[in-house]
Design a protein around this ligand. Structure first.
Ligand SMILES: [Zn+2]
Ligand SMILES: [Zn+2]
Ligand SMILES: [Zn+2]
Length: 370
């Protein structure tokens, strides 16, 4: 199973070799004399099992994202092989610890369990990135595979809702009307209604928070900022001057026909003269996450595409409003960061306060001003 020279390596062969190191470490522990064992030894078994399970689970989950197992396994993208080879060496050295330990005896080094968990995380990200590289090379889609995962979740939820609506339309009319009223009320309560076009109503972006957390993670960045870091592209989405990332959107004023992209954040005191905890409107994170593009070479910031400008490419809805609706309002690589994206949303997809500067665009899909 071990590949001789590095030349024959594939994603699959390197992952197999890593799995072998883990399996071997586990076997050593399983067959060791357990009479003197304390909690550290059992914890070590647990984390090794968890690492092996996660590696398998990720392997199984990545494959269908990139045209199946054969494809993923035989991939030879240079950057992926470099990363996985480095990890393979680390996992081999890690397994060697247990070989040495079983020869010398005595209590296990409790630091190894932490190392196992760190390696597990590194391997998870390496698999995410390997899949994303295949995805990026194959697809016309500029969005990151991580963003695409969030988008797919949204699609599934939308399909489910459409199915419910169909089931509903087969009921007696008096019952339908009642149910529609209930749903409209619920959406208004959640601020998720998109009036004027019920067939294209979106699922609640709030429902996407869990999948966002599985695709990457939120962290503090310095004293004032918050960042989302994607496991699939290592890209950073940064919210400047914010205490905490908001988990829900700000309800739209009743009757608004604009998309609901805003959430209320609290300032963290980065700006002179603005007291800590002042409310401000920010881009709701799942919206930016679902639309991010891997960073440009040499940059760490993920770029963002506006979903309201290019729904035609993203939603591949085809049919009636395809050609005419095509608008190349934005650069195909999107906006440089969350702040630029927010400026765009403010100018193009937000109702202006009534007596303010003249209205630039009047409908959701009218977005040409950059
Ligand atoms: Zn994983
Ligand atoms: Zn990403
Ligand atoms: Zn736009």
């Amino acid at each position: 199973m071990m590949s001789g020279g590095g030349g024959a390596d594939t994603v699959g062969s390197l992952l197999a070799s890593i799995a072998m190191s883990l399996t071997e470490a586990l076997r050593i522990l399983m067959f060791a004399d357990k009479r003197q064992w304390g909690p550290d030894e059992f914890e070590q078994i647990r984390v090794l099992e968890a690492a092996l399970d996660e590696a398998k689970k990720d392997f199984q989950e990545m494959a269908p994202l990139v045209h199946g197992q054969f494809y993923y396994q035989n991939d030879r993208t240079g950057a992926s092989l470099v990363e996985l080879r480095a990890l393979q060496a680390k996992f081999a050295a890690h397994a060697q610890n247990f070989r040495d330990w079983v020869r010398t005896g005595g209590p296990i080094n409790p630091i190894w369990a932490r190392e196992t968990s760190e390696l597990k995380r590194d391997l998870h990200r390496a698999q995410c990135r390997a899949a994303r590289r295949i995805f990026s090379a194959e697809q016309d889609q500029p969005r990151c595979l991580g963003a695409f995962q969030v988008y797919r979740q949204q699609r599934r939820a939308e399909a489910e809702r459409a199915r419910r609506q169909r089931a509903q339309s087969e009921r007696p009319p008096w019952q339908q009307q009642h149910e529609q009223e209930v749903e409209a009320q619920q959406q208004q309560d959640q601020g998720t209604a998109e009036p004027g076009n019920p067939s294209r109503r979106k699922t609640s972006l709030e429902d996407l928070v869990p999948v966002c957390n599985s695709v990457g993670r939120f962290e503090r960045l310095g004293r004032h900022d918050a960042a989302y870091v994607c496991d699939f592209c290592d890209g950073f989405l940064i919210w400047h001057d914010i205490l905490r990332v908001p988990a829900a959107r700000t309800p739209l004023p009743p009757g608004s026909t604009y998309p609901n992209w805003q959430a209320t954040g609290l300032t963290s005191g980065a700006e002179d003269g603005v007291p800590v905890g002042t409310e401000k409107q920010v881009v709701f994170p799942p919206l930016a996450i679902a639309n991010h593009v891997p960073p440009d070479e040499g940059d760490f910031r993920a770029r963002i595409l506006c979903p309201y400008c290019d729904e035609y490419t993203y939603l591949d809805q085809g049919g009636q409003d395809s050609e005419e609706e095509m608008r190349y309002a934005q650069d195909e690589r999107g906006f440089a960061d969350v702040d630029k994206f927010r400026e765009h949303l403010e100018w193009n997809h937000t109702a202006l306060p009534v007596p303010a500067i003249p209205v630039i665009s009047s409908s959701v899909s009218n977005c040409r001003v950059m």
